[in-house]
Design a protein around this ligand. Sequence first.
Ligand SMILES: NC(=O)c1ccc[n+]([C@@H]2O[C@H](COP(=O)([O-])OP(=O)(O)OC[C@H]3O[C@@H](n4cnc5c(N)ncnc54)[C@H](O)[C@@H]3O)[C@@H](O)[C@H]2O)c1
Length: 396
Amino acid sequence: MSASDSVPRVGVWLIGARGSVATTVVAGCAAMTAGLHPPTGLVTETPPFAGSGLPALSALVFGGHDTVDCPLPKRAEALAAGGVLPHGLPAAVSAELTVAEREIRPGGPLPGDTRTEEDLIAAFAADIRSFVRRGRLARAVVVNVASTEPAPTGEALPPSSLYAAAALRAGCPYVNFTPSTGLHHAALARPAETSGLPHAGRDGKTGQTLLRSVLGPMFTQRALTVRAWSGTNLLGGGDGASLADPAAAAAKNAGKERVLADTLAGTPEGEVHIDDVPALGDWKTAWDHIAFDGFLGTRMILQTTWQGCDSALAAPLVLDLARLTARAHERGLSGPLGELGFYFKDPVGPGPSGLGEQYTELLGFARRLRAQPAEGGPGGGRSGTPAHGCGAGEQQ
Ligand SMILES: NC(=O)c1ccc[n+]([C@@H]2O[C@H](COP(=O)([O-])OP(=O)(O)OC[C@H]3O[C@@H](n4cnc5c(N)ncnc54)[C@H](O)[C@@H]3O)[C@@H](O)[C@H]2O)c1
């Protein structure tokens, strides 16, 4: 057995593996592992997580599905040209990008695809299982970072749900980093429950909603009445193009508005808009305009401007989620991981919506993941029911 074989390796199977977020995840993980960049933005690299038994960044192995064929090293070059990745990074980590590129398989449905839902689920599950086998991985986490879909209207499974079903069938934990349906389809409720697998979602909380989950509780705690909360986002890149579809934008905006409904005493007036501005690429500007009443009904306004690089905000969260969910799987937890609400706009389970309380829950989760269960055993907590015998093996 070689030294590298002695450290259990953990797979991260990315749906949308050639997108901006996925490419930044793979390049970023390689850059940190090589010591080229510090782990800025990775919550799991901070002291409270040191004893949680999370897989090391160097133990992560990447693969995934995509429906486009632009190779990962080329995609990384394009992101560097746009200032998303540091200049020179794609060359510095080209070996790791090439290794991941070899593990990317064609996704679906492709234009003109005649395969049935069952054909697609079976094919995706076979790809994931073969990734786990080939890499001799201890387990793999499936993470959806594909383009946002409109909410489905009929009974047919949207692509995100086909992949979620494939993850269950391959015996893998599942994380939905997008607002797409994924495991939230009625047809998948029972298989998800009986799978014995942990899952988390939906839609990474990286910018505007992150700020809302801090400011919403502030207004409530200071007994200030929010009358209207309006937001506008300008965004380019692949995500901007996908969200130019009003149905896809509606799926995204529902999560952004949920945090206000959950943290404020009433539902304020106002909407969120997303405009596709291709010239901005991956750089997003989000404005929030908050009208509120102070003492004696005095009218006041708070305005915020968030200018972020979307993929650089998202990638560390994806790595955190992959590590936490992999460890939850190793510890035998199953079901919705509500304590990961810190990371999501529209979290699974009934947890709090304010960022401070969500962080406290996350720290509790980090303690629960430690090798020696705290008093009361690993079942203490409101989600992630302990399950048995969930290795990387497939579900029946
Ligand atoms: N800050 C953030 O960047 C952020 C935050 C929260 C959520 N998200 C979500 O992450 C997702 C990815 O964002 P991005 O900027 O990387 O977008 P992107 O357009 O760059 O990448 C999406 C990738 O998904 C692929 N894809 C589309 N349909 C597919 C299918 N059926 N099967 C497999 N692959 C498919 C596309 O080919 C593309 O490579 C989006 O849904 C976005 O809303 C991003």
